[in-house]
Design a protein around this ligand. Structure first.
Ligand code: ATP
Length: 313
């Protein structure tokens, strides 16, 4: 895998040659719904690993099992070398968690929230002020340290959630949909923050349904659908394997698009409707029958749609 060798030093606590996260044969049911269906996943230390999938794929349930907020019905999970759920207290102390939903106490200031969590995560008393300053700086909230949460913007609250999850310098960070609902500028800021973690040797597991987020940040992407991993690799590997090198986009009125879709089906070409166009994958392999259109490089969204049949952001 692409970035496994990027960090030379094995983070402390992960057994030599071991994985930061290891999930085997995990099943989670809610009544008759199988949210996670025989999941196998291994995250090596020091990488940013993206779990990409449409709504309902089982990403959040997987995240909740890694923090032991949900218990697996079957299978084995280990985090930082600790077995879950038996050793979940230890693993929780050593990892940082940034939840999807904002559960901040709106009456407290940023500094107060970070102080509460520094204590909770057992940062030694003498080190707490410096830990809080570091987290505020990391999340670009120094100027807002003494503002109460109620008065922060949505983006600032999200950055505070990240700062809170990093207060104890965790070696592993779980980010559940880190930029959902944020404007492009705040999203960019968070992306830089996440990228900085990874380059600092922290293992990041991030769930997302934003293709661009996975493509920009993740060393390895696992595509999840119906509670399972259906494909895994670097973004480039996934694109090459499932969409090829080039995509041919044919534009035209609806009857022309229907005609092109039929032509593609008749020739066994992989194609999809993409807004006002039909996109044909692996255009580099088409012979003289190819209709006229515009060629563009294939991207992760093409691969994702080819794999799941779903359009997402
Ligand atoms: P999203 O991107 O929408 O957050 P997801 O990939 O995170 O989706 P999950 O939230 O893990 O998906 O949900 C997987 C399936 O499990 C869905 O069918 C969902 O309705 C179901 N589910 C999740 N949590 C519960 C619960 N507490 N009780 C009942 N069903 C649940």
């Amino acid at each position: 895998m692409l970035a496994v060798a990027r960090h030379e030093h094995q983070p402390a606590g992960v057994p030599a040659g071991g994985h930061a996260i290891s999930i085997h044969g995990v099943v989670k049911r809610y009544g008759s719904i199988v949210a996670v269906d025989g999941l196998d996943l291994e995250v090596p230390p020091g990488v940013c690993f993206g779990l990409l999938g449409p709504n309902g794929a089982g990403k959040s349930t997987t995240m909740r099992m890694l923090t032991a907020q949900a218990l697996a019905d079957e299978g084995e999970i280990s985090v930082l070398g600790y077995e879950l759920p038996r050793e979940s207290k230890q693993s929780r102390l050593e990892m940082g968690v940034v939840p999807q939903l904002d559960n901040l106490d709106v009456e407290l200031t940023c500094r107060q929230i970070l102080m509460v969590f520094a204590r909770l995560y057992r940062v030694p008393r003498g080190e707490r002020p410096a830990a809080i300053e570091r987290a505020l700086e990391l999340a670009n909230l120094v100027g807002r340290a003494d503002t109460i949460v109620r008065e922060l913007s949505g983006g600032m609250r999200r950055r505070l959630l990240v700062a809170r999850g990093l207060i104890h310098r965790p070696r592993l960070v779980l980010l559940d949909e880190p930029t959902v609902g944020l404007d492009p500028q705040v999203r960019q800021e968070l992306w830089s923050l996440i990228d900085g973690l990874r380059t600092g040797g922290v293992t990041v597991l991030m769930s997302t349904h934003y293709i661009e987020e996975a493509e920009r940040l993740a060393d390895t992407v696992a595509v999840m659908s119906n509670g399972r991993i259906i494909a895994q690799g670097t973004p480039v590997e996934l694109v090459r394997a499932h969409a090829g090198e080039k995509v041919l986009e044919v534009y035209g009125p609806p009857d022309r698009l229907a005609e092109v879709s039929e032509l593609a089906a008749g020739n066994g070409w992989s194609s999809r409707r993409s807004g006002p166009a039909v996109a044909i994958m692996r255009a580099e392999t088409l012979d003289g029958l190819a209709p006229e259109g515009a060629l563009r490089p294939a991207n992760l969204e093409d691969a994702f749609v080819a794999l799941t049949g779903e359009e997402i952001e």
